[in-house]
Structures are given as C-alpha cells and as structure tokens.
Design a protein around this ligand. Sequence first.
Ligand code: NDP
Ligand code: 8X3
Length: 249
Amino acid sequence: MRKTAFITGASSGIGWATAVALGRAGFQLVLTGRRRERLEALVQELGDVPTHLLTFDVRDRAAVDAAVQTLPAAFQDIDVLINNAGNAHGLSPIQEGNPQDWDDMLDGNVKGLLYVSRAVLPSMTRRKTGHIINIGSIAGHETYANGNVYCASKAAVAALTKGMRLDLLPQHIRVAEVNPGAVETEFSEVRFKGDKERAATVYKGFEPLRASDVADLIEFMVTRPAHVNIAEVLILPAAQGAAATIRKE
Ligand code: NDP
Ligand code: 8X3
C-alpha cells in the first residue's frame, strides 16, 4: 500500500519538486497551495500518482482546519508531512521594514507551519507513527543584513522543529529540519514583489541549487528505515560558504 505524503506549498519550487520526487518514490500525495491551477498542472506532470488537492492559505487557521477535515478516507492517514509553504517578503533594514511584510512572513512561515501541523498531527498520533520535515533555511541559523524578520521566522522554525521533536518523541513521530541555502525558485520573485530582473540577479554568476536537489534530499530522508531520523541538514550550493557569502564568477 502506498504511504501518504502531505506537502504544503506544492504549487512551486521546492514543494513542486518534492511532489515529483515522492510520487516517483511510490507515495500518494496531498498537495496544497493557494494557486489551484498550478496544483492542477502538477497533477498532470505526476501522471498516475494518486493525488488529492487542497487549496488554502496557511495563515488562515479556520481554512487550514476545514481543508484537512475534507480529506477523503483514502488520504486521511498521513505518514509524511512536508511543512514547506513559506516565503520572504522584502529585504530592508528594520527601520524601513514594511509591517505588512512582517505579518506575512511571521503568519505564513511560523504560524502557518503550526496550524498545518496541528491539523495533521491527529492522524499521526492516533496511529503512533509519522515523519515531519520542516523546511527551514540557512537564514534561520545565521542572520544577514536586511534579512531581519525573514531570518527570525526561520529561526522560529528551527526552535519549533526541536520542540516538536521532543514533544512527539513519545508518539513515535520523527521530526526533522532541512535548511537550504540559495535555491533558484520563485522565492526571490516573491521577495522582490514580482521584479523578475532583480530576482534573477540573486542567482547570477554562480550555480544555485535546483529545487530538485532539495527534493532528492527530502526523498532520501523520508525513505530511511523507521529507526533512523536524519534530524537536521544544511544543503548549500557548492559556491556558497555562508548565508551572505557566495563565490560569484
Ligand atoms: P516558491 O516561491 O517557489 O514556493 C513557495 C510555495 O509556498 C508556493 O507553493 C506557495 O504557494 C506556497 N505559499 C507561500 N505562502 C503561502 C501561504 N500563505 N499559504 C499557502 N501556501 C503558501 O519558493 P521556494 O520553493 O523556494 O520556497 C519553499 C520553502 O523553502 C519556503 O519555506 C522558503 O522559505 C524555503 N527556502 C527557500 C530557499 C530558496 O533559496 N529558494 C532557501 C531556504 C529555504 P501559493 O503561492 O500557490 O500559495
Ligand atoms: C532562503 C535563503 O539566504 O535568501 O531562505 O535567506 S536566503
């Protein structure tokens, strides 16, 4: 029988690539995001992998709970949760920061992860099994100039991952964190509010990670035997030495 993986932010980037990797590895998939048409395009790419789509904003607790309640019986026993949905909004010194951007990052990257976990966890605690991968960032482990609130949101993901691991230990639920460096996705386009040119400069002059590089790692982590938890991984492009140190040609 296929295991079920629930992936947030599957409509783009790392989440999309993780859906492809886990579908290939034999999982059936619950795919979530706000852009339904993108999730439908992903279903086309996945071919005959069994999928169920849920469209919600992770910042909306009632919408998260309601969506998870609608899962059909065949998708209710969730084995793997990939808490991936999130973004950076803006890159400004704190005194010029846009409070709406702060809300979007803290509500999405931190509270959204909590809401989804809280809604999905009963299916794991009931069965005393499960595996949660939180997508953090190198930015949660070092703060770079102007990254302030985004870095804080990912530092919260790091702390929550450790807390969840401890709390869920008696429940036989593995909890882990994947911390990527620079991955070329829609991330910078979102950060710079649709400015594609500015976004492209982030990845110029070096070879960034591809979303599929992170997905391959996640696939490896969730296919280890039940006694193994790869608890925390930092994955960088070879040209990156630290959050703000990249060797550019
Ligand atoms: P993308 O912008 O390509 O993808 C972000 C995904 O998150 C989309 O599917 C988007 O779906 C979803 N999402 C964002 N906000 C919400 C929301 N409020 N409600 C529901 N879904 C939401 O970026 P990445 O793939 O790069 O980002 C994925 C994760 O990886 C994020 O947590 C990011 O912080 C992290 N990360 C990224 C790095 C990078 O360099 N790219 C490095 C380190 C970590 P939709 O818009 O359809 O709702
Ligand atoms: C995304 C990587 O360094 O742009 O989390 O913050 S970074």
